[in-house]
Design a protein around this ligand. Structure first.
Ligand code: APR
Ligand code: ZN
Ligand code: ZN
Length: 362
């Protein structure tokens, strides 16, 4: 197999030929059809997560099941699947309470050796997936079968960015029809929050991003008002657009303490602030204690869009098939596996909504 491997903090990913480890009884071998390049992969490569190299990166992917272990019951060879970066074991405390995004087995896959190098050393895979590869060995609890004609490059996005963003709007925040929504950070995940807010029937969606291309794209995905932080304090700009009150729903989709404070501050009293972005593991943020009490805002964490993947992946597929969720325009660039480092560069340069690896063999 070929895979793009995190070998050291701030070093380029190394595209290597590896030997997959033998699948266990509950594993399926998936031929990866497409993999989106998400900011969380870059965060890991920058050392923002305490995960030691070598790690096969990639956690946003779709493909087809090639073979299954003896105990696998959820998928069969030939099934089209989207990989979930949090598995849904179906049996733990959280899964039986319909909170599969908090599954207690979320970290299991991260510790498992997925491949070896010629010298015998073992590699793990990000979230137990490792979609930056032409194949991956995945526990069946992290696979969701979908029946659709949508291309893999669109299904891949459902694996992380789309589910995280649309789920944040629909599941976590529960955006109401007619409400005012503000979204800070309009990358692949932020644009999905915007789409989720549009699907939920928000009256106004304010997109905050310093990059013009992102603001222009936001309009296509449903934004009604645009804020460029370079034009002055984004909180003041949102307040000006909302009669001085702020938005009913504020979303932070970047993962930085500074923008978390902004999202909270641009939410109106009694409104809801949702933290979607993944911060560095050791980052801290402070809020006014009196404000937490007096303004009665609801401050919500949000992992994986609070998604129940077996319910939500088919739901998002259906929304896309019926033209209500635009996945096609989320794909800015199609690349080969060997171009993944340039995709990281393009992401940092603000050139793309999403780069998608559509040729994992090359
Ligand atoms: N204010 C608003 N937007 C900003 C600012 C700022 N000060 N600085 C950067 N941005 C914008 C970037 O221009 C970019 O459009 O934030 C966006 C981030 O998008 P991406 O880099 O594409 O990241 P994405 O994949 O969408 O992930 C966003 O969600 O899953 C997590 O780890 C992920 O924390 C990350 C977040
Ligand atoms: Zn992601
Ligand atoms: Zn579980």
């Amino acid at each position: 197999m070929r895979a793009a491997v995190f070998v050291g903090v701030d070093e380029p990913l190394s595209v290597e030929k590896l030997t997959p480890t033998d699948p266990g009884p509950y594993d399926a071998v998936v031929r990866v059809g497409a993999s989106g390049v998400c900011r969380s992969d870059l965060s890991l490569a920058h050392g923002h997560l305490p995960i030691p190299p070598p790690v096969i990166l990639g956690h946003e992917g779709a493909g087809a099941v090639e073979s299954v272990g003896s105990a696998v019951t959820r998928v069969q060879p030939g099934d089209r699947v989207i990989a979930a970066f949090v598995p849904a074991c179906g049996r733990c405390f959280y899964c039986v309470r319909d909170r599969t995004h908090l599954c207690e087995h979320g970290m299991d896959g991260m510790m498992t050796a997925k491949a070896t190098r010629d010298d015998g050393s073992a590699l793990t895979a990000f979230s137990g997936l490792g979609t930056f590869a032409d194949q991956m060995t995945v526990h069946e609890s992290a696979l969701v079968k979908v029946e659709t004609d949508l291309p893999d490059e669109q299904l891949a996005l459902i694996g992380c960015g789309v589910t995280t963003g649309v789920g944040a709007a629909l599941n976590t925040a529960r955006v109401e029809p007619g409400s005012i929504v503000a979204v800070i950070g309009c990358g692949g995940v932020g644009q999905s929050v915007i789409q989720g807010a549009r699907i939920a029937g928000a009256a106004r969606i304010i997109a905050v991003d310093p990059v013009e291309l992102k603001r222009t794209a936001a309009v296509d995905f449903g934004a009604t008002d645009l804020v460029d932080p370079a034009d002055g304090d984004p909180v003041a700009q949102v307040q000006q657009l909302t009669g001085g009150r702020g938005a009913d729903f504020g979303f932070e989709v970047l993962g930085r303490p500074e923008t978390m404070n902004q999202a909270y501050a641009m939410t109106r009293r009694g409104g809801t602030t949702t933290i979607v972005g993944m911060p560095s593991w050791d980052a801290e943020v402070t809020f006014s204690a009196f404000g937490l009490f007096y303004d009665e805002k609801r401050l919500l964490g949000c992992v994986y869009g609070s998604a129940q993947v077996h319910r939500d992946f088919p739901r998002f597929v259906s929304l896309a098939e019926n033209g209500r969720l635009d996945l096609g325009h989320m794909v800015s660039r199609r690349i080969a596996l060997g171009e993944v480092n340039d995709a990281f560069r393009a992401m940092e340069a603000g050139e793309v909504i999403r780069s998608v690896i559509t040729d994992p063999q090359r």
